[in-house]
Design a protein around this ligand. Structure first.
Ligand code: HEM
Length: 512
């Protein structure tokens, strides 16, 4: 009897396994085409190099604008055309409204951030609060003087270094500046978080096999846990100090009517407000500060640096941009954010930079319900990558796509109406739809003005790591390789000797 029971259980188990494997195959049968050589356990991970968007771009050249892969056992779909970007991110937006949650994301965002929260009541509440109190046009305008002051501080540093014939690490200084801007907007003072921020954006973009291969789930083969913990502790200590200091100040001071409160005050008010539909606590505050530091610092600095590098490589374009600034702004004052609508060539340079060097090269989402795209079925749980970097280099949409040519965005000397706010699917530097970047207005106001002041005031002689000036016949020969991570910065820091130009406004007499 026991043997009979055992044999029938075995038979049932075998039938179940057979059914599961057929069903599983059928479920994945309708996924878009996929490279052969899916290996047991690791799936297609052996096909990926360190820079994910480049690997996915190369695969798209072989397997088409919509293909699928397996990261371990996790299905993943990659879109590399404007058509599929629209299908996935707009037509089927609700199916792809969440993000991937890796071990690093979970720990470093306190599972309470805006950027990684599932689409739902908490996300909606925080998004509205952030737009009303930090990233909407009223706040952006209120804090304009603060960005201008940080820019002037940065330019003065370049001038001092230039006079002393000292090289400046522009990459580092831009990061300091964008860190200070977002920090002052959020916290009222410049808190140094850029090292943690770079570490965080880097680790968010790296592959941790434990996230994708169930066999390795408990093993930390690549030493991620220690790095995550180290970053977490550094950030947590910093943000605890900031919050405690503010709580102390608030105990002793009542806010006067009409006084501009920063974002931290707004968040602390929310903690005290019992009537809110969503309860906010200290963890949420930390998560949001981490969110805006990571999302707002690196991206803005990277775009400014790429734009500058392209101009240094193309002196004729630099000359044209300077002539425009000279005609519109002159040489008695610095370029201001409010000048930018009247500087179409400068605007076109920024758009061309976003096309060729999108700071966030992959828009990544997670499928939350089975979804049909053309004849394919994308199952719940699939990771989606829209390769914005690849779309920006596709000759189908862009003539000579590897050429840096801002003129492609001009029509009769005016900036054309191709915008970067997620309506044109061949240019998606800020993503699209509900999960689109909420910092877009701030970034497109800040980046052109910053670049404008840099080229208005300085010539830059780029040096290599041995201190030798890089000069080619037609502009500096600057390496344009990229570094792995969630964002796509240049692989090597940009180091230059800044030389103040004769028609730079007098930086030392301008009011701070
Ligand atoms: C040049 C600068 C920037 C670029 C290129 C950029 C790009 C992006 C992209 C591509 C996304 C994903 C969008 C999607 O999934 O559709 C994103 C999300 C986000 N960005 Fe930005 N960003 C920039 C600056 C900023 C700034 C200055 C802030 C805030 C201070 C910011 C805050 C965020 C946040 C919070 C999210 C997540 C939104 C959500 O999931 O709901 N970004 N950004």
């Amino acid at each position: 009897m026991d043997l009979q029971l055992f044999l029938s259980s075995l038979l049932l188990a075998l039938l179940y396994l057979l059914f599961r494997s057929v069903f599983h195959r059928r479920r994945h049968h309708h996924l878009p085409p996929s490279p052969p050589f899916r290996l047991p356990i690791i799936g297609h991970m052996h096909l990926l190099g360190p820079i994910l968007h480049q690997s996915l771009h190369n695969l798209s050249l072989r397997y088409g604008p919509l293909f699928s892969l397996h990261f371990g056992s996790v299905p993943c779909v990659v879109a590399s055309s404007s058509f599929f970007a629209k299908q996935l991110l707009q037509t089927n937006e609700l199916s792809f409204n969440c993000r991937i949650e890796t071990t690093a994301v979970k720990r470093l965002t306190y599972e309470a951030s805006l950027a990684f929260a599932p689409y739902g009541a908490y996300w909606k509440f925080i998004k509205k609060l952030s737009m009303n109190e930090l990233l909407g046009s009223r706040s952006i305008n209120n804090f304009q003087h603060l960005r201008a002051r940080e820019t002037l501080h940065f330019l003065r540093l370049l001038a001092i270094k230039g006079k002393a014939c000292e090289a400046v690490n522009i990459t580092e200084e831009l990061l300091k500046l964008t860190n200070n801007v977002i920090s002052r907007m959020m916290l009222g003072e410049a808190e140094e978080a850029r090292d943690v921020v770079r570490g965080v954006t880097q680790i968010f973009g790296e592959f941790n096999v434990s996230d994708f291969i169930w066999l390795f789930k408990k093993l930390d083969l690549q030493g991620f846990e220690k790095r995550i913990e180290d970053l977490f502790q550094r950030f947590d200590t910093l943000v605890e100090r900031i919050i405690s200091k503010r709580e102390e100040i608030r105990k002793n001071k009542r806010v006067k009517n009409g006084e501009i409160r920063d974002f931290l005050d707004v968040l602390l008010d929310c903690v005290e407000d019992e009537s809110l539909e969503i309860k906010i606590n200290r963890i949420h505050i930390k998560a949001l500060i981490m969110d805006f530091f990571t999302a707002g610092t690196d991206t803005t600095a990277i775009s400014t640096e790429w734009a500058l590098v392209e101009l240094l490589k193309h002196p004729m374009l630099l000359q044209k941009a300077r002539e425009e600034i000279n005609n519109v702004v002159g040489n008695t004052r610095l370029v201001e954010e409010s000048d930018c609508p009247n500087l179409p060539y400068l605007q076109a340079i920024i758009k061309e930079t976003f096309r060729l060097h999108p700071p966030v090269p992959l828009v990544s989402r997670r499928c939350v319900e089975d979804c049909n795209i053309e004849n394919y079925v994308i199952p719940n749980g699939t990771i989606l990558f829209v390769n914005v970097w690849s779309i920006g280099r596709n000759p189908k949409y862009w003539e000579n796509p590897l050429e840096f040519r801002p003129e492609r965005f001009l029509k009769n000397g005016e900036c054309d109406n191709m915008d970067v706010r997620g309506q044109q699917f061949q240019l998606l530097p800020f993503g699209t739809g509900r999960r689109m970047c909420p910092g877009v207005s701030l970034a497109i106001q800040e980046v052109p003005a910053l670049l404008g002041t840099m080229i208005q005031c300085f010539d830059f002689h780029v040096v290599d790591h041995k201190g030798k000036i890089l000069k080619g016949e037609n502009g500096a020969v600057i390496d344009v390789s990229e570094r792995p991570g969630l964002t796509a910065p240049r692989a090597h820091d940009l180091v230059c000797f800044p030389v103040e130009r004769s028609n730079c406004p007098q930086l030392n007499v301008l009011a701070s």
